[in-house]
Design a protein around this ligand. Structure first.
Ligand code: 5GP
Ligand code: ZN
Length: 137
């Protein structure tokens, strides 16, 4: 539990939330500023600032929960698609510095745009990046 962390307080139940799922490691609740109907956040009860701090066991559990709850949301909301979003760092849009994963149900013609500013890359640069990244593995 980190002092002054809003998600530590929500995850522990000290601050109420519209919880859809809870177990000993996680709380999943509806976002107060939903991008679409049913936008949820998967939040570990333990504090991690971001993905760089997450241990492998928690990471595996997060994705396992995401798959289970995506199916649940699809059934409950009859959504047409699902975006899984996870922001790390201010530049990436992170505003709460306690690791969390967004489940964003998508609906035909909902008008939401996520990662739509892509353009063909330079293949030489892509090859240089491939080498640079692989060298760290
Ligand atoms: P981030 O931008 O860090 O990836 O996402 C933080 C999310 O937490 C935002 O979508 C924001 O609306 C949501 N959020 C921030 N404070 C609260 C809160 O007190 N309760 C709930 N339910 N969601 C919150
Ligand atoms: Zn926290």
């Amino acid at each position: 539990m980190k002092d002054d962390c809003i998600f530590c307080m929500i995850a522990s139940g000290k601050i109420p939330s519209a919880t859809i799922y809870e177990d000993s490691h996680f709380r999943v609740f509806l976002d107060i500023n939903p991008v679409t109907k049913g936008h949820c956040l998967i939040v570990p009860k333990e504090h991690f600032d971001n993905i760089y701090e997450l241990d492998a066991e928690t990471a595996a559990k997060v994705f396992s929960l995401a798959t289970m709850l995506s199916r649940t949301l699809k059934k409950a909301l009859k959504c047409d698609g699902m975006n899984i979003v996870q922001n790390n760092g201010t530049v990436a849009g992170q505003t709460v510095f306690h690791f969390h994963m967004h489940l964003i149900p998508r609906y035909d013609n909902d008008g939401v745009t996520i990662l739509e500013e892509q353009a063909p890359g330079n293949m030489e640069e892509i090859e240089e990046l491939r080498k640079l990244i692989k060298a760290e593995l």
